[in-house]
Design a protein around this ligand. Structure first.
Ligand code: FES
Ligand SMILES: [Fe+2]
Length: 438
């Protein structure tokens, strides 16, 4: 009898394109001209992730968000239909809704009370017969834009002639469908933070692990930042970050400096990981090669006991950080039980500022009610909110503004990238294809 094997995320190494060796010129991080070019040729032509479908579960739910100078509202108009509109009243142009989630059986503009149905049509307007050019209820509509869903997320595209989302995603569904984000994971944390840097400084920072030894040295005893396979996936990319094994950079000397006997002693962080999986950490002292196989088995058992749908995931996915970048501005750190979502959003007017959005989603067993959606925290890096973040993210956030500041120097021309930073090079190549063609 044939048995259905769930499709699994490919983990084999893929061939890579030649990405060249040139400097990435710094002007793209600094100038209003480059920012304008990005607006005209990237943001208004690319598929942009709007929100998780879980933000708009019921008819009448909406999610409004800002992207550069634009604001878009995504609406659940029918049980199985989601539409996207520019968030602008067609009367005198007032923005209809502030950014965020909400519910309304129809969208009424607060200014002169024009009311729109969930299909975008004007359904009522005071003194509707006072418009000599035509009653607005007889055909005026919100301006809509292409809108599609995949794997629990809604995407929109400001290009009315956009190719289908599936074409844009390329190999990503094959890689990420096994996680089944929409059904298995639930939003529990939502922060938007103003950073004093260009949005691409944010993207770049999350596309390499070369900086781990510099700003996250505490990760070295339990993650491998050296053997970290990279794959280019069409417009997108990923790396696989092994957890539960020390970096080659975690040397005996470094371990001794941190108070350990040698690099093979179980560190405090390694102990947290093992004990979290129900393993006796002391059993593994000096035998760190055996930690990952034990973690695979322990986590598989944890899934069985707790009814977690791990069936489509490989052993490595149960333990490691599967790190995906969805062009142009989404970063995902995915593990079996949770994932981190980062969006690097351009500022509406200033090329040297960005909004860094951070969300955490956790996996729950089927049938368990998810927690209520958390309110979004809007903040500015430096106001203290960053202390709520995981230490590594505090370090990433602190590292970004000095990069922007340094780039302004007359003594700097552009990014001189290592081979292990080639996801950054690839990102800029795809960006260039949008901006300059070819
Ligand atoms: S601007 Fe919206 S009703 Fe007038
Ligand atoms: Fe980092």
């Amino acid at each position: 009898m044939a048995v259905d094997t769930p499709r699994r995320t490919p983990t084999g190494k893929l061939p890579e394109p030649d990405l060249g060796t040139g400097l990435i010129p710094k002007e793209r991080y600094l100038t209003p001209e480059f920012m304008a070019l990005e607006w005209d040729r990237l943001w208004t032509r690319v598929w942009n992730l709007a929100c998780p479908l879980s933000d708009i579960p019921d008819v009448g739910d909406y999610f409004a968000f800002e992207l550069g100078p634009e604001s878009i509202i995504v609406v659940r108009s029918e049980p199985d239909r989601v539409r996207a509109f520019y968030n602008t009243c067609q009367h005198r142009g007032r923005r209809l809704r502030e950014a965020g989630t909400g519910h309304a059986p129809e969208l009424q503009c607060p200014y002169h009370l024009w009311t729109y149905g969930l299909d975008g049509r004007v359904t009522s307007a005071p003194d509707a017969d006072d418009f000599p050019q035509g009653d607005p209820t007889e055909g005026v509509c919100l301006a809509d834009l292409p809108c599609e869903a995949w794997n629990g997320w809604v995407f929109v595209n400001m290009d009315p002639d956009a190719a289908p989302l599936h074409d844009f995603l390329g190999p990503l569904p094959e890689h990420l469908d096994p996680y089944d984000f929409g059904a298995q994971y639930h939003l529990v944390e939502d922060i938007s933070m103003l950073w004093e840097c260009n949005w691409k400084v944010g993207v770049d920072a999350f596309n390499e692990v070369y900086h781990v030894q510099g700003i996250h040295p505490e990760l070295l005893s339990f993650t491998d930042d050296v053997d970290c396979p990279i794959d280019i996936l069409g417009n997108h990319s990923r790396f696989l970050f092994r957890v539960g094994y020390p970096s080659p950079r975690w040397t005996d000397e470094l371990a001794r400096r941190e108070g350990y006997r040698d690099r093979n002693q179980v560190t405090a962080m390694m102990r947290v990981i093992m004990e979290g999986a129900g393993l006796d950490a002391d059993q593994f002292d000096g035998r760190l090669d055996e930690v990952r196989p034990a973690l695979f088995e322990a986590r598989r058992e944890h899934g069985r006991r707790n009814g977690l749908a791990y069936g489509a995931l490989t052993d490595e996915q149960l333990t490691d950080d599967f790190h995906y970048f969805i062009f142009p501005n989404i970063t995902l750190n995915i593990s079996a039980d949770h994932f981190w979502f980062f969006r690097h959003r351009p500022h509406p007017t200033d090329p040297e500022r960005m909004f860094w959005e951070f969300q955490t989603y956790v996996r729950l067993p089927p049938g368990v009610d998810p927690p209520p959606r958390p309110d979004r925290i809007d903040c500015v890096f430096g106001d203290g909110t960053e202390r709520k973040l995981h230490l590594a993210l505090q370090q990433d956030a602190a590292a970004a503004p000095p990069v922007q500041a340094g780039m302004r120097s007359r003594g700097y021309e552009g990014l001189y990238l290592a081979h292990q930073e080639r996801r950054i090079r690839h990102f800029h190549r795809v960006l260039d294809q949008y901006l300059f063609g070819g």
